[in-house]
Design a protein around this ligand. Structure first.
Ligand SMILES: NC(=O)CC[C@H](N)C(=O)O
Length: 354
């Protein structure tokens, strides 16, 4: 008998099995990634979303905290055809509801046809369809989470040391841990700053690069970060990943827009417009850059032509919409971090290949 319910914005209620009890709500999205559940579940970009895995069995190589991208689980809830006990116990310990034994193929098809939608979840002994519908009724759209930066950013600055060859100021809008470690591996000291850091703090650090991280929600709700970037246009080399690309584009007069259901997975093909090379990339975004402003589009998604890379030689900018840090996913685009440090114009100690 069902002891969990998922109520969708289109009126349907799916019956499911509770693997971690609780009531919650969020924007229902799906990832097609077949590995990387620990990295995805700890990626702050999923804050306020309910993450559905389209791959049917999630948890088959256990749960190890060395693979976590932050110190907690960020999606409001997790949905799969089947979770292993390891994953269910981890999510229960984190008080994050999880449900399985439902038709995730049907759920994912609905999101593909109707777009990302609000959902409400009730799981556990006393769960009812009504409770799931009540949660749904309280669910806000992503763009209504106007303070989402404060939910995920570091409250205090800290430094990840990497040898001091470079100083990178990383604005934490919900940064995955492996962005700082990818830069530190290449010799940079990474000064992680809150999303609303003062321009004076950045000026005092006198970094070689100002780098804007990934993060959750609508880039239009990161006005403080955008203003910070605007202060340093033409003054410092600028870089960004995912939400970071979107914020940097907006700072250069560009526009972002919500996508129907977004890109989430580890095999999104991206073409570099100069070389013609196609690489497989890890992605997790529901917004895209519709107009790059004064930046140039350098890479596009092969499936839908959306902007995957932006740059400016005049202003020393390089950004990616996907996740070159590759946790999870293919390592094809790790060279992005070399490109970022090359913006400083200084020669570097090369990083040995894996
Ligand atoms: N991974 C990210 O940084 C996501 C960016 C933004 N929140 C989006 O959904 O498009």
């Amino acid at each position: 008998m069902a002891d969990a319910y998922v109520a969708l914005e289109d009126g349907r209620v799916f019956e499911a099995r509770s693997r971690s009890p609780g009531r919650t709500r969020g924007e229902l999205v799906f990832t097609t990634a077949y590995t990387g559940y620990e990295e995805s579940l700890t990626d702050p970009s999923y804050e306020e979303q309910v993450l559905t895995f389209s791959y049917p069995l999630i948890g088959n190589y256990g749960v190890r905290d060395e693979r976590f991208e932050s110190d907690r689980v960020h999606p409001r809830a997790a949905v799969a055809r089947e979770f292993t006990d390891d994953v269910a116990e981890w999510l229960a310990g984190e008080d994050v509801p999880a449900v399985d034994h439902l038709d995730t193929r049907e759920l994912v098809t609905s999101v593909r046809e109707e777009g990302a939608m609000k959902c409400g979840i009730a799981a556990g002994q006393d769960a009812t369809p009504e409770a799931a519908r009540e949660e749904l009724a309280e669910c806000k759209g992503m763009s209504e989470h106007t303070d989402i930066g404060a939910q995920v950013s570091t409250p205090e600055p800290y430094t990840v040391t990497g040898g001091g060859e470079y100083d990178v100021a990383l604005v934490d809008c919900g940064a995955k841990g492996s962005i700082a470690s990818s830069l530190a591996e290449r010799g940079a000291d990474v000064h992680v700053l809150p999303y609303d850091a003062d321009p004076a703090t950045v000026a005092d650090l006198d970094p070689d690069v100002l780098f804007v991280s990934n993060g959750p929600g609508d880039p239009a709700n990161f006005g403080e970060t955008q203003s910070l970037v605007e202060e340093f246009v033409g003054e410092l080399p600028l870089a960004g990943i995912c939400l970071g690309q979107q914020i940097v584009a907006r700072a250069f007069g560009g526009e972002t827009e919500k996508m129907a259901f977004g890109h989430r997975g580890v095999n999104q093909p991206v073409r570099d417009l100069e070389s013609g090379t196609v690489v497989m990339t890890t992605q997790n975004h529901g917004y895209s850059v519709a107009d790059p402003g004064r930046l140039d589009v350098t890479q596009v998604n092969v499936n839908d032509d959306t902007a995957e890379g932006l740059a400016s030689e005049e202003y020393d900018v390089v950004t990616r919409q996907y996740h070159p840090e590759a946790n999870p996913g293919p390592h094809d685009s790790l060279g992005f971090f070399d490109e970022v440090l090359d913006l400083t114009g200084r020669s570097r100690t090369p990083v040995a290949a894996d």
